[in-house]
Design a protein around this ligand. Structure first.
Ligand code: NIG
Length: 386
């Protein structure tokens, strides 16, 4: 395995407590791992040397919340929203119908296209969910196809109650046959705990069954209004509760006192014309915050983590450092991948060699130059991906 020295780094964000953010730094990658990180003046010799000529380097984005297994397009629904129609998640049924009738190769082509699009913008670690199949066979198919193309799969059979079912019977299916069929391909299970989707009691049933099957837990909560999602996620020790658009003070306190990450999805709030979440209240209370794209065809059709970071800085009161950390280390923490050998969202010896070189001298340019494609180069698990 050859070692590659990346030098000429004007600002290196490591997310490592001891290393911090280094000026005039260098990095050595060997195989799929980071081998060395430090001041350029102390860099060791390596087989190859790449000079990034005064650019900033970050860990690759960790996108911990996406829905990439789908077919079809919902631009008409988006246009209706722009004309004043509120988002109520009802369009999920449209994507479910299109997804069920799509052959595997169509779903795979969309997945590949979106993963490539994300990687080209600096995303190096991706989670995706099922949730547009909603039959045993279609959920298992979604999970199987995703498992070959993304880093982590989440079972979201409890996305909405599909047409023709009552909620109790459908949750029995999700917690029984569907969970058994999907679990071999998934690391996580999720439930959309919201008015119009699953209430607290049914959400609890899903989380309990998924935990029993050995899956880690995540919750979609507090997206369209205040509700029990955050409380439930914390009670069940979920790794994250995602959306968090409408939080009460007690939700914020509960998150701050827990290990559950608050994953904020600002692109979704903008696209659905919801308010942006109160990131400041969460951070000031001591909660862990992640930023993710929530890429899906209905509520957030973007793979751009840089857009989420810029929005968090310009509109949500986060500092550049907080937003970059939330989109890298925060996402890794939400997926419980931030520590140990092969950790992501961090650049330290032993971490996965996921490196994002910006075409800018500092990470501040992500907010200072919003909308400008600033990805210069990407290594994903040690391989040059862009
Ligand atoms: O995270 N909240 C539910 N699920 C997705 C939306 C899916 C859709 O509208 O297709 C979300 O926003």
């Amino acid at each position: 395995m050859t070692a590659t020295l990346i030098t000429g780094i004007a600002e290196l964000t490591t997310n490592d407590e001891e290393l911090g953010t280094l000026p005039d730094a260098a990095l050595v990658l060997r195989g799929a791992r980071v081998e060395w990180v430090g001041p350029a003046a102390h860099a060791p010799d390596a087989d190859d040397r790449i000079d990034v000529e005064g650019r900033a380097v970050l860990p690759g984005w960790v996108d911990s919340h996406t829905h990439l297994v789908f077919a079809g397009d919902r631009s008409a629904e988006f246009a209706a929203r722009l004309a004043g129609r509120p988002y109520d998640a009802g369009g999920i049924a449209v994507t479910v119908e299109a997804t069920r009738s799509a052959p595997d190769y169509v779903l795979v082509a969309t997945l590949r296209r979106l993963v490539r699009e994300a990687v080209n913008q600096g995303t190096t670690y991706l989670e995706t969910k099922t949730g547009y199949g909603l039959t045993v066979a279609d959920e298992a198919r979604s999970a199987r196809l995703a498992s070959g193309l993304v880093d982590e799969v989440t079972f979201l059979g409890a996305h909405v109650v599909p047409p023709g079912w009552n909620a109790d019977d459908y949750v029995d299916l999700v917690c029984g046959e569907m969970l058994d069929a999907v679990a071999p391909y998934a690391r996580w299970a999720d439930v959309f705990c919201e008015r119009g989707a699953f209430d607290a009691e049914l959400s609890r049933d899903v989380l309990t069954a998924a935990a029993k099957a050995g899956l880690g837990l995540r919750v979609h909560g507090n997206q369209l209004g205040p509700g029990p999602g955050v409380r439930l996620a914390v009670e069940h020790g979920a790794a994250s509760v995602d959306h968090c658009t409408y939080l009460t003070e007690s939700d914020v306190d509960a998150l701050a006192a827990s290990d559950t990450v608050a994953t904020l999805l600002p692109a979704c709030d903008l696209s659905t014309r919801q308010p942006l979440p109160d990131a400041r209240a969460l951070l000031d209370a001591g909660a862990t915050v992640a930023l993710a794209s929530n890429c899906n065809p209905g509520s957030s059709y973007t793979t751009s983590m840089a857009f989420c970071v810029a929005t968090a800085v310009l509109q949500m009161g986060m500092t550049v450092e907080e937003a970059v950390r939330a989109a890298t280390w925060g996402g890794a923490r939400a997926l419980r991948r931030e520590s140990g050998e092969g950790a992501v969202g961090v650049l330290r010896p032993g971490a996965r060699a996921d490196v994002h070189v910006l075409d800018a001298p500092s990470a501040a340019h992500l907010a200072y130059r919003p909308g400008v494609p600033l990805t210069h180069a990407v290594w994903r698990a040690g391989r040059r991906a862009r």
